[in-house]
Ligand binder design. Structure first.
Ligand code: TEU
Ligand code: CA
Length: 557
């Protein structure tokens, strides 16, 4: 059982993810920066945050907004200087909070000196630092498709060979088979940890091991390139790299680690985060995100698959009980805003944002909040395909056009699924540019910023923001909500997600209606007759047996 005996600071923490480009601009160039984050730490402290994860702030030509790093030990010029970083770290620590960084080591930028040297010739000292191959019959070495569309290979005239890039052509994959590469990365990691950072979120860790033969995929439909996940997603042997990284670096520090781990099932969760094994503290699993994606990719109007969510979350909760720790999240910078995907951002924006909050936040694990999620920020408006900034969206548009999709259909698809939705500037107040900047932001502010912003929601007792703040405070002071055992209740209900958390004699019950219709709940079955919720997202005069649309209640019993 998880209990106070296996207590760790990172289990008790609430984490907040910052996308620095869109959080706060301190110098009026329309781009968020490190000093902007420092200016807003009081807000995060007021909210009750303990750990801040910042997306990449390293030197980068920004082909993928910082996920293409050209110097791991320097700061992106637009974001500030290393002195600004040091001040930020100190200010975070001075408030009793911690700071974790994004570790992007599946690939670098093509402007990284390692790649520049590697590409010079097949005789270069760093020739094997990336994955180089000769072409085959005048074409790419194999038929793998990049995650960002097109071939996963690019021909380099200087080296007269192809290099592998699972993401954009400006993000060449490092060759993890090479011990020199691994050693250089471990040195860099130690350098940051010795500076005093408190851990890493490890980007795209699931893709680091490639099938050694780099063989073609079956191609029954005669596609030009074939999605290649089965050749590099959680590929056998990946954990050997993780073990070495833990042994050489991570296990030597009291830090928090969370791997971005698409492709792990709940059955495999223990291999990654089992406490006996001392690998990572947590992983961001993808199953709940992919559930929505697969259902909505082709049929946008399908409702939320509540039974599917119950199945996925409950498996992770029960299979890791007493064995390992979950990372809880419903948003990040790669997925659309949850109130627009799982919820209803029109009629029930406040109710659905808070119901989803209650649903995921009080499970067993460390909750992560993505900037703006705590306001119920929603997807944004795109008038044309030119409005997309994200490399993934722009490449996808090209690929879909080649498949014969109309512009309108592509626009509808990307408006619903595109990553720019979650990257619009943080909405601080109702001033010009939402208080994010005094000049035109790099990505337009969502038109709804006058209604949805921090300043306004701080004044409204029943705002999404105040609901999150209350949830955070409740979890932080309640060991049963941190360590307690999870159990699914009302298993068969198609729209109500209910669960309990139990620690010794103490028990909590979370009941959420995840639909826009009222739902009947059997209070006897839940043993809630005559009990008053400790917290709810609707007025307290409701019927005990009837949950209003997206009503969420939290009871102690
Ligand atoms: O995302 C990588 C990521 O989401 C993959 O691991 C996933 O398997 C794939 O997208 C499935 O569709 C990270 C960052 O979060 C993202 O912003 C970057 O663009 C990407 O890595 C490249 O660094
Ligand atoms: Ca700036």
């Amino acid at each position: 059982m998880h209990d106070v005996k296996t207590a760790r600071w990172w289990k008790e923490a609430v984490a907040y993810q910052i996308y620095p480009r869109s959080f706060m601009d301190s110098n009026g160039d329309g781009i968020g920066d490190l000093n902007g984050i420092t200016q807003r730490l009081d807000y995060l402290q007021w909210l009750g945050i303990n750990v801040i994860w910042i997306c990449p702030m390293y030197r980068s030509p920004n082909d993928d907004n910082g996920y293409d790093i050209s110097d791991y030990q320097d700061i992106m010029a637009e974001f500030g200087t290393m002195a600004d970083f040091d001040r930020l770290l100190e200010a975070v620590h001075a408030r009793g909070m911690r700071l974790i960084l994004d570790l992007v080591v599946n690939h670098t930028s093509d402007e990284h000196p390692w790649f520049i040297e590697s590409r010079t010739s097949a005789a270069s000292e760093k020739r094997d630092w990336y994955i180089w191959r000769d072409g085959k019959n005048g074409a790419e070495p194999n038929n793998w498709e990049s995650i960002f569309n097109g071939s996963a290979w690019k021909y380099d005239p200087q080296r007269a060979q192809y290099f592998l890039h699972l993401f954009s052509a400006r993000q060449p994959d490092l060759n993890w088979e090479n011990p020199q590469v691994r050693g250089a990365i471990y040195d860099m990691m130690r350098w940051w940890l010795d500076k005093g950072i408190d851990g890493f979120r490890i980007d795209a860790i699931c893709h680091m091991k490639k099938e050694p033969g780099l063989t073609d995929l079956p191609n029954p439909n005669g596609q030009r390139y074939v999605p290649s996940f089965e050749r590099h997603l959680n590929y056998p042997g990946l954990l050997d790299y993780v073990d070495e990284m833990c042994e050489q670096v991570l296990n030597r520090y009291d830090i928090m680690t969370v791997g971005e781990m698409n492709g792990a099932s709940a059955e495999q969760g223990e291999e990654w985060v089992g406490e006996q094994r001392q690998r990572l503290n947590m992983i961001f699993q993808f199953e709940h995100v992919l559930l929505w994606e697969s259902a909505h990719r082709l049929t946008p109007d399908r409702g939320l698959d509540v039974p599917g969510l119950k199945r996925i979350f409950t498996r992770w909760q029960t299979l890791l009980e007493g064995k390992g720790w979950n990372a809880l999240y419903v948003e990040n910078h790669d997925i659309p805003r949850v109130v627009s995907s799982w919820g209803d951002d029109r009629q029930f924006a406040r109710e659905s944002a808070t119901a989803i909050a209650a649903l995921y936040f009080l499970m067993q694990g460390t909750p992560f909040i993505y900037q703006g999620q705590e306001l119920g920020m929603s997807n944004t408006q795109f008038a044309s395909l030119d409005d997309f900034n994200d490399i993934a969206a722009r490449n996808r548009a090209v690929a879909l056009r080649q498949q014969g999709w109309s512009e309108e259909r592509i626009l509808a698809f990307l408006s619903r699924s595109g990553r720019d939705n979650s990257r619009t500037p943080m909405q601080w107040d109702d001033g010009k540019y939402a208080g994010f900047s005094d000049s035109t932001p790099w990505l337009p502010v969502n038109a709804n910023y006058r209604e949805i912003n921090v300043a306004r929601q701080q004044q409204q007792p029943d705002s999404v923001l105040n609901f999150y703040r209350t949830l955070i405070a409740l979890r932080s002071r309640t060991p049963a909500l941190i360590y307690g055992r999870y159990q699914l209740l009302l298993d068969e209900h198609p729209f109500i997600y209910a669960y309990s958390r139990t620690l010794a004699e103490e028990q909590w019950v979370v009941v959420c209606n995840l639909s826009g219709e009222p739902q009947i709940v059997d209070a006897r079955e839940l043993d809630l007759v005559d009990r008053q919720p400790v917290l709810g997202n609707c007025s307290p005069d409701g019927e005990p047996q009837l949950l209003r649309p997206y009503e969420a209640r939290i009871y102690s019993r």
